[in-house]
Design a protein. Structure first.
Length: 167
């Protein structure tokens, strides 16, 4: 009984301390911010700008997309893990950044921009799956997952060496 109570208490504490800030970008360039505490929805619209994002994330966005193409972004704060930033674009692309602004997940149904896939992975996909293209990449600690438009999921090690088809 005491153990169950502690687990429930820890879960409630986690939910109460997790928060999310969602920002929608209007066509005029103005943005509307919604702060959401998971335990209770609190919406506070205010004007903000893209300066909420880390400089490295802004540099990446500017390199591959027009900043006017940003539809919304979320800033998520999770205890122990820290902040993450998810940017969504009007054309459907999504990029997730860590707290330093380094991307770790990228999705674009039209195909990932040139330069996103590590060279070794790009060569593997071109050689073995010439009739398709990568639509997402997820960099994890020791592996990289790549999804192809043909609905094939590939797994590579951190150095870009093919490991297996992920089922």
């Amino acid at each position: 009984m005491k153990k169950s109570f502690l687990i429930i208490l820890a879960a409630v504490a986690f939910v109460v301390t997790s928060c999310k800030k969602e920002v929608q970008v209007n066509p005029t360039g103005a943005t509307v911010e919604n702060n959401t505490n998971v335990a209770e929805d609190v919406q506070n619209p205010t004007t903000v700008n893209l300066a909420d994002l880390p400089a490295a994330a802004l540099n990446t966005i500017n390199q591959y997309y027009e900043s006017e193409n940003i539809a919304s972004y979320e800033i998520k704060t999770v205890p122990v893990i820290g902040k993450s930033y998810e940017v969504k674009f009007n054309d459907g692309a999504e990029v997730e950044f860590d707290d330093k602004g380094i991307w770790h997940e990228w999705k674009d149904a039209k195909g990932l921009p040139d330069g996103i896939l590590p060279q070794k992975i790009k060569e593997y996909v071109t050689k073995n799956y010439a009739n398709t293209f990568a639509t997402s990449i997820d960099k994890e600690d020791k592996k990289i997952k790549v999804e192809l438009a043909s609905d094939i999921d590939l797994e590579f090690d951190a150095n870009g060496n093919f490991v297996r088809i992920d089922k």
